[in-house]
Design a protein around this ligand. Structure first.
Ligand SMILES: C[S@@+](CC[C@H](N)C(=O)[O-])C[C@H]1O[C@@H](n2cnc3c(N)ncnc32)[C@H](O)[C@@H]1O
Length: 294
């Protein structure tokens, strides 16, 4: 595995290819890799499985396990974009408020792993995440991360510590939100995102001469996008396509270390990008595999 020395930044010339797979991982297998490799990390699943792609070009790799341990296996300077939607660390916050998150089924904030960490521990995980992101991304590569609005300043500070340049915070507006508690308070209809560039002030931005607003409006996920299984926080495909086409080029490698149902991967496959997707939940990895390969 190629490793960047400390503070070394990536050149932009690295070829797009799938990277960092250990000899064990490279063994040819059909379907899921059956033997698990012990992994540390968030601990919801104590194994790493590679879901062998059945696409001929081998430009898509799905991994089931903890994102920090799998990211640490990827090569330096090998990816152009990390497009991701990690747990927002709202689980404990909502529990303390007495919100029954089990009941928020259709819209609760990722039931697994990092979401139920205390703030300090979650921040430490994010710090480790951005250290890996700075290493695996090329110089001028980008992170586009969905995040709850009250955690954005924390993410910005951690990212800057690792050499990312803060570009933009923006909003995704859902036109048909669940009208939960509509007579008690404002209905939650937005999610925010933060856009950061690795080691430079600008990166790929394929606006083709058009003005691109920091505000994107769509309906929430359509039923047809859930036909391979239900993920509680699945993003609409059109939203992920928007960011993949704007922030990467054909043939680039895009990584989603918290892929959930694999929406980023579906967008990448459609738009001719390579994709490395990771999720700690075998159930969600299976939904992603079906969406991407079946
Ligand atoms: C907000 S969801 C992503 C949803 C995704 N954007 C989609 O369209 O389906 C966050 C995901 O992170 C996963 N996750 C949580 N902790 C993780 C960890 N330590 N490593 C890898 N995945 C993790 C959860 O299982 C969950 O599926």
């Amino acid at each position: 595995m190629k490793k960047k020395s400390e503070n070394q930044k990536c050149g932009e010339g690295s070829a797009a290819r799938l990277v960092g797979r250990s000899p064990r991982d490279r063994r040819s297998t059909e379907g899921y890799e059956s033997s698990c490799v012990a992994s540390g990390g968030a601990g919801a699943v104590a194994c790493v499985k590679e879901i062998e792609p059945n696409d001929e070009s081998k430009t898509i790799s799905l991994r089931c396990g903890d994102s920090l341990s799998i990211l640490s296996e990827l090569d330096d300077c090998s990816a152009s974009l990390i497009l991701t939607d990690p747990p927002y660390n709202l689980g404990l916050f909502m529990k303390k408020r007495g919100t029954n998150i089990g009941k928020l089924r259709a819209n609760h904030f990722a039931a697994a792993s990092w979401d139920f960490l205390g703030f300090e521990e979650w921040s430490e995980k994010m710090d480790l995440f951005f250290a890996q992101a700075a290493r695996i991304l090329k110089r001028r590569g980008a992170v586009l991360m969905f995040m709850s609005i009250i955690k954005l300043e924390t993410i910005k500070q951690i990212a800057e510590k690792h050499g990312f340049y803060y570009k933009t915070i923006g909003i995704w507006h859902k036109t048909n939100p669940m009208p939960r508690n509509m007579n008690l308070h404002f209905v939650n209809s937005t999610e925010s995102w933060i856009y950061l560039v690795n080691g430079a002030t600008t990166g790929t931005f394929n606006n083709n001469g058009k003005i691109i607003h920091d505000f994107y409006e769509t309906a929430a996920v359509r039923g047809v996008e859930r036909k391979c299984g239900v993920h509680p926080t699945q993003k609409p495909l059109v939203l992920m396509e928007h960011f993949v086409s704007l922030l990467s080029n054909e043939g680039d490698i895009v990584v989603d270390p918290f892929m959930g149902s694999g929406t980023t991967g579906v967008a990448c496959k459609k738009l001719g990008r390579g994709f490395i997707g990771i999720d700690v939940s075998p159930e969600y990895c299976e939904i992603a595999r079906r969406r991407i390969f079946e």
